[in-house]
Design a protein around this ligand. Structure first.
Ligand code: FES
Length: 281
């Protein structure tokens, strides 16, 4: 007796879609491991998702029995041929075999895609740890220009603006500071900062506390530093407290002293971590 054929093309299409998805997932991992290519990784990720989706749809629509189903009830016993066919079918595990095939290919696709989705974790940089909380500014560190030249306190003109760095860390993103010279009589710094601005020279971090843009504009008649990115303004006379715009925190202030050569030096670190508050949150 020959078992009736239970071949269903949909089974092969679904399994094929899962296999394609699995290959795409593996390809995604390989592309990343061998140097990465963003567009190709995106395409492979899309193919993997699409393959799994298509496979599941085919599985649902093509392989599940359609209803409603009417069954003739006149005869409750099987013919010898039908009984033999059923027995052979069970022995071969035909139905179970199909499910195994689909399950295995779906599992392979899911595993490969899962591995592909872990790929972005490999792009994370090293843990910054506490580095973002500290800069090179410390007591005694000389204030220098981007050329590394010391800054004479007397040379900075009234309402003049100068970008400076800690000596030995010229050009650093987190160490950049702006100097502004104002009339010392106008300053309204907190009492704890009364000595931080010799000759009316105040120093504030140039890294905006909103999103990190350089705060490089100074409006002399309002004594405000401006960030060009989203127009936050900071009161130079009063500890760079925000006046308008999205920035919510003051710019950290650098305490200054004038050394025996008449040059500016830091008398301590910046008053707070530089940049957006979420770095230190
Ligand atoms: S980054 Fe300065 S206002 Fe947004």
């Amino acid at each position: 007796v020959t078992a009736p054929s239970r071949e269903r093309p949909a089974e092969h299409w679904a399994a094929g879609a899962f296999v394609v998805a699995a290959l795409a997932g593996v390809g995604l991992v390989l592309v990343f491991v061998f140097g990465g290519q963003t567009q190709l990784e995106g395409v492979l990720g899309g193919v993997a998702f699409l393959g799994i989706g298509i496979g599941l749809v085919i599985w649902a629509n093509g392989l599940l029995d359609e209803g409603p189903v009417e069954q003739e009830r006149e005869r409750l016993t099987a013919t010898p041929e039908e009984a033999a066919a059923l027995r052979i079918d069970i022995e071969r595990g035909a139905q179970i075999g199909r499910r195994k095939l689909l399950k295995r290919t779906l599992l392979a696709a899911g595993t490969a895609l899962g591995a592909g989705l872990l790929v972005p974790l490999g792009s994370l940089g090293p843990d910054p740890d506490k580095k973002l909380l500290h800069t090179a500014w410390a007591s005694g560190v000389r204030v220098v220009t981007d050329d590394g030249d010391p800054v004479s306190a007397a040379a900075l003109p009234l309402d003049g603006l100068l970008t400076v760095f800690p000596e030995g860390d010229t050009g650093s993103a987190d160490g950049q500071v702006v100097l502004v010279r104002v009339d010392p009589q106008l300053l309204q710094l907190p009492a704890s900062r009364a000595t931080w601005a010799p000759l009316g020279i105040v120093a504030y971090s140039k890294v905006c506390t909103h999103a990190g843009c350089p705060v490089g504009l100074y409006v002399a008649d309002r004594h405000e530093l401006l960030c060009p990115c989203h127009q936050s303004s900071f009161d130079v006379l009063n500890g760079a407290t925000p006046q308008s715009g999205p920035a919510a925190w003051p710019l950290p202030q650098l305490p200054l002293v004038v050394d025996s050569d008449g040059n500016l030096r830091a008398s301590g670190p910046l008053s707070a971590p530089v940049g957006p508050g979420w770095w230190s949150a």
